[in-house]
Design a protein around this ligand. Structure first.
Ligand SMILES: [Zn+2]
Length: 417
């Protein structure tokens, strides 16, 4: 059996070296112009390997078809396979220099460009299970961007293999590479129609075996505080300082509970992400997260209550709190029809991998896509320690993810719509 290791290693290191960081503060789509570089590259690589209907949309998503090879394909579901090309704005992602540690010896890993940094199996227990594997990391100054270029490399490898081996039976497959997932803008309004699939999978998960169909439900909140501005020399009994009111709001919100740093598992949180402005006007930004809609609503009400309480102490100020939905737990839809999850579980077991389903304390493109009508669980790629300089991935794990992808599409050739 082909193990795909050399191809996966080449693809991941090549894609990782191309800067494609997204930018939350940019209004454009894609959010950064240079994301087009890797999108155009993938468009031409998909053409080269013989994919059909290769399109780069004006909203920055590459979509292509791998035509069905299974008999009676018209009776089979069309399946979309997705990975995102952007890397997180949370950490330096410019000038990524991927390197491969061949036959990992189980010890600490140092970084050529940052002697202060060490990756150990103690910090990353999963690494302890990868002795003998080929490990890819960045050089110490950047993230690696295996999130989600590992997904891109896995899908490109699987696509190339399927197109070169048409005797492998599978339904119509739609491959899509999206921008701006890390800033929650990966799924454009037109994407569900453009994919035209019965269901989908993102390859954007971690440890081997992960098949995720539960994500957070997420809202974003913006609080604006309008104070009263006046020359401080004549300010007595007139000036209302918006900074003081902003500090009161933060101080009144829970800090020892209900924050990301004090919660885990199925607990939700209110996370203050930004505080900007000056004495006359302040803006505070929050993200609200919970697995259940009533828990999410309670967190929104708490924030609104705190704002109202602080506003009541200073009637001359104006405080507004606007809460907007971001994405919803994909479980609400998937639990009604578990076909995509069951297919993935059967495929994993067929190649000796025990599936594990843990709720994602975050969202994926699949959360939005599921809500918009295309059920979309998230599957493992092997990526670890994402969004920082200690990010790493095992080439052999990516190999297993590729085998899993191939098993999955063959399993789908036996599915009923
Ligand atoms: Zn990701």
């Amino acid at each position: 059996m082909t193990d795909f290791h050399a191809e996966l290693e080449t693809r991941l290191t090549r894609y990782a070296a191309i800067d494609s960081q997204s930018d939350d503060n940019s209004p454009t789509s894609p959010s950064t112009d240079f994301q087009w570089n890797i999108l155009r590259l993938l468009e031409s690589e998909l053409r080269e390997i013989g994919a059909t209907d290769v399109t780069l949309t004006d909203y920055g998503t590459v979509i292509a078809t791998i035509p069905a090879t299974a008999p009676d394909a018209e009776k089979l579901p069309t399946i979309a396979l997705l990975a995102h090309i952007d890397t997180t704005p949370q950490f330096n992602a410019t000038g990524v220099k991927p390197r491969v540690i061949r036959g990992y010896n189980g010890g600490p890993i140092s970084f050529p460009d940052n002697p202060a940094l060490t990756l150990t199996p103690e910090q990353s227990p999963y690494l302890a299970t990868k002795r003998g594997h080929d490990i890819i990391t960045a050089s110490g100054l950047t993230l690696l961007g295996g999130d989600d270029k590992a997904g891109v490399a896995i899908l490109m490898t699987a696509a190339r293999h399927l197109l070169a081996n048409p005797e492998i039976p599978h339904p119509t497959l739609r491959i899509a590479f999206t921008p701006d997932e890390e800033i929650g803008r990966g799924v454009h309004a037109r994407l569900p129609a453009d994919l035209d699939a019965s269901f989908a999978y993102t390859f954007d998960g971690g440890a081997v075996g992960e098949i995720e169909y539960e994500s957070f439900s997420a809202d974003g909140a913006t609080v604006t505080i309008q104070g009263v501005s006046i020359h401080p020399g004549n300010a007595k009994d007139k000036l209302v300082n918006a900074i003081h009111l902003a500090a009161k709001i933060i101080q009144t919100l829970p800090q020892a509970t209900l924050t990301p740093e004090t919660t885990e598992d199925r607990e939700g949180f209110i996370h203050a992400t930004e505080m900007t402005g000056g004495s006359s006007e302040m803006t505070l930004k929050f993200i609200l997260r919970d697995f259940e809609l009533d828990g999410l609503a309670t967190k929104g009400q708490l924030l609104q209550q705190v704002c109202a309480t602080v506003a009541a102490t200073e009637p001359r100020a104006e405080i507004t709190c606007t809460i907007k939905p971001q994405y919803r737990n994909m479980r609400y839809w998937l639990e009604k029809d578990m076909t995509p999850v069951d297919l993935a579980r059967t495929a994993a077991r067929s190649i000796g991998i025990e599936p594990v389903s843990v709720p994602i304390r975050g969202g994926t493109d699949g959360s939005r896509l599921t809500e918009m009508g295309i059920p979309c669980p998230n599957l493992f790629t092997g990526m670890q320690n994402i969004h920082g300089p200690l990010e790493w991935i095992s080439v052999q794990d990516m190999g297993q993810a590729t085998q899993f992808c191939l098993a999955l599409v063959q399993q789908a050739a036996t599915a009923k719509t």
